[in-house]
Design a protein around this ligand. Structure first.
Ligand SMILES: [Zn+2]
Length: 279
């Protein structure tokens, strides 16, 4: 297995709901298009960053993409030119979680449901990537593999070849979608390991939580996470003592101090995990 792992730590992109951080925080960030597109004057990036297409909330709310590829391309081009330092942009992919497909309610969140099969989600994901690439070869869209089981992900690799003529083993970066709900579990590790085994080794893990990053960071070239914000908000964690003293906010869901502290702890934990012998 040692040959399957990368020795350098993954590039970590800190997820944020605050596009203004692009100009203020000199660290790699991950920002979603729905947050950025409302800006008339865009922030100028102080560090490299990557763009999330906002696919999960789009499919959760509408059960389909309401943004056309041409609309998305126009925005990404604007971000590249006006924000600058754009590393890559996610495509308009189709996540394969059961809730996204079947619809229903998870806590307060209602999923519209696409009513489509995993195979159809994969086909649409691949065809969207091909369309973005063909319409805008100047923009850094990355392919994303989607699926439910390990075999689905490997089939998705084949689909890129058969539908788009793209050999993912040569792609500079391949996003791995739909793992955020099971990260930290053995299944997420099996999916990443299977991709490595078939030669797809430069992987970006979307929306990883702390345990997933610690357990599987060695299989990732990069990863993003907004888990810090969810933790601060959903678990109703009290704000940091200094935020309370300064009367800044009741929770730290959008707090830079909190995010930076979380990031430093995460990277330290991931470093420690990498230096421990595998169980
Ligand atoms: Zn705070």
């Amino acid at each position: 297995m040692a040959g399957d792992t990368t020795s350098t730590p993954p590039l970590f992109l800190l997820g944020t709901h605050q596009p203004g951080w692009l100009a203020r925080v000199g660290l790699p960030l991950f920002v979603a298009d729905p947050r950025l597109r409302v800006y008339k004057t865009l922030p100028r990036a102080a560090a490299p960053w990557a763009l999330d297409s906002g696919g999960f909330s789009e499919l959760q709310k509408y059960g389909r993409w309401t943004v056309t590829p041409r609309q998305y391309i126009a925005r990404v081009r604007r971000y590249r030119d006006e924000v600058g330092r754009l590393l890559w942009a996610a495509p308009q992919d189709w996540m394969c979680e059961a809730d996204v497909i079947n619809g229903g309610r998870v806590g307060p969140v209602v999923f519209a449901g696409t009513g489509l099969s995993v195979g159809e989600h994969q086909r649409r994901t691949v065809l969207n990537y091909a369309q973005l690439r063909d319409l805008a070869p100047d923009l850094p869209f990355i392919p994303v593999v989607q699926g439910d089981t390990v075999d689905d992900y490997l089939r998705c690799v084949d689909l890129y070849w058969s539908l788009a003529g793209l050999d993912l083993t040569t792609a500079p970066l391949v996003g791995v979608g739909s793992v955020c709900r099971r990260q930290g579990t053995a299944e997420a590790g099996r999916i990443l390991a299977a991709l490595h085994t078939c030669g797809v080794r430069r992987l970006h893990g979307f929306g990883f939580k702390t345990l997933g990053l610690i357990a599987h960071g060695h299989l990732l070239t990069s990863a993003d996470s907004l888990a810090w914000s969810d933790t601060a908000r959903k678990l109703r964690r009290p704000a940091l003592p200094e935020c309370v003293r300064a009367g800044r906010h009741r929770n730290c869901a959008n707090c830079l101090n909190y995010a930076l502290r979380w990031r430093a702890e995460l990277l330290a934990a991931a470093r420690t995990a990498r230096h421990q012998p595998a169980a």
